[in-house]
Write a protein that binds this ligand. Structure first.
Ligand SMILES: Cc1cc2nc3c(=O)[nH]c(=O)nc-3n(C[C@H](O)[C@H](O)[C@H](O)COP(=O)(O)OP(=O)(O)OC[C@H]3O[C@@H](n4cnc5c(N)ncnc54)[C@H](O)[C@@H]3O)c2cc1C
Length: 330
């Protein structure tokens, strides 16, 4: 185990983790950042995000989270604050334990580190639909963002497009309803992929009013040319093809909360970690920022804002301790 005690350890190198590292370093505090192994990155939302159009200044990036984050981390490691920034590239954290007031972190190479405060920003992943027994058929279209997951990020892509929502509960139906109300899509469908629809009364009324078609058959195939960014439709069990130029998946999320729950942090009924307004969990000194946190819009800019509040709260605690020591000396 390293003897050094890091004031702040940040786990996750997506939107929240990168902003947390930037804010810490600019506050002239030292932080150690674990952005995750290749495997961690591949199962993060950040990895799958292509062009970002709802954050000013982001449209020039092909990978709207990874590229600006990499630029920022590179800048920090060359800036005049570089001594504050310990960047453990490609390292993920597998275990966190408490030893008195300190946290002991174990990485995927079994190395251990000590930290006073931990910021967890490991994010989440959207649940994929199984089509023809697998989710792999979806991925080329998801890569080109003709099949998408985030209404607030990419809802505008459905403008003038025949659109489908894959899902079976009222939440999925609300995605279809909201899209239709905003964009008056030429057609709107809900594909339940073999599940019984679980729509409440209001949702069922609106589906009828807006002429949203509901198909309950399993989806067996996807039609289109992903390399050209073109989705054309889905093939349903029995051979029927439904015309779709853009699809949303609304099946819920897998929340990467294991490091927090292993420490005993409280989570809500969906697995999101409960915190106070600065992001501190029920475990003293353990903070959460980004999609993993129970509140917020699950967006890049909310992850940034949460990370800044969290880091500033930690900075205030560190400075308060320092101030008390200085005043006692006086
Ligand atoms: C298809 C798609 C498009 C989107 N488009 C937009 C958009 O246009 N605008 C917008 O504002 N938002 C968009 N979002 C939402 C946005 O991606 C998230 O809100 C944002 O990435 C959340 O940041 P985060 O840091 O919480 O998680 P992420 O950015 O997902 O980062 C999680 C990080 O945790 C790391 N990690 C995981 N486990 C470990 C571990 N054990 N140890 C160390 N590291 C670990 C991963 O490697 C990764 O670096 C989109 C999401 C999707 C799925």
């Amino acid at each position: 185990m390293e003897s050094e005690v890091y004031p702040v350890a940040i786990i996750g190198g997506g939107s929240a983790g990168t902003m947390a590292a930037l804010r810490t370093v600019l506050n002239n505090q030292t932080c150690i950042l674990f952005p995750g192994s290749g495997k961690d990155k591949k199962k993060s939302r950040a990895f799958w995000v292509a062009k970002v159009e709802n954050v000013p200044g982001h449209t020039r990036y092909k990978k709207g989270i990874e590229e600006p984050n990499k630029e920022t981390l590179d800048w920090m490691s060359e800036s005049k604050f570089k001594a504050n920034f310990i960047w453990k590239k490609n390292r993920g954290i597998r275990k966190i334990e408490k030893d008195g007031d300190l946290f002991i972190l174990t990485d995927d190479k079994d190395q251990k580190y000590k930290a006073e405060y931990v910021i967890l920003s490991t994010g989440l992943m959207d649940i994929q639909p199984h089509i023809g027994g697998d989710f792999k058929l979806i991925l080329p279209f998801a890569n080109m963002q003709t099949i998408d997951y985030c209404l607030r990020c990419d809802g505008h892509h459905t403008f003038e497009k025949n659109t489908s929502v894959i899902g079976h509960n009222s939440g999925a139906a609300w995605v279809a309803i909201m899209l239709y109300e905003r964009y008056k899509n030429p057609s709107m469908k809900i594909l339940t992929n073999g599940e019984k629809p679980g729509f409440d009364e209001t949702v069922s009324k609106l589906i009828d009013l807006y002429g949203i078609e509901v198909f309950e058959q399993e989806i067996e195939g996807v039609v289109g040319k992903p390399e050209e960014g073109k989705l054309e439709g889905f093939i349903l069990k029995g051979g029927k093809q439904v015309v779709t130029e853009f699809a949303f998946v609304s099946l819920g999320m897998m929340v990467y909360n294991q490091l927090a729950t292993n420490l005993g942090a409280d989570v809500d009924d969906r697995g999101f970690v409960l915190t106070d307004s600065n992001g501190e969990t029920s475990v003293a000194g353990l903070y959460v920022a980004g999609d993993l946190r129970a509140d917020g819009k699950k967006q890049i800019y909310t992850a940034w804002d949460q990370a800044v509040d969290t880091v500033d709260a930690i900075d205030a605690r560190i400075r308060r301790n320092y101030r008390e020591i200085m005043l006692k000396k006086d």
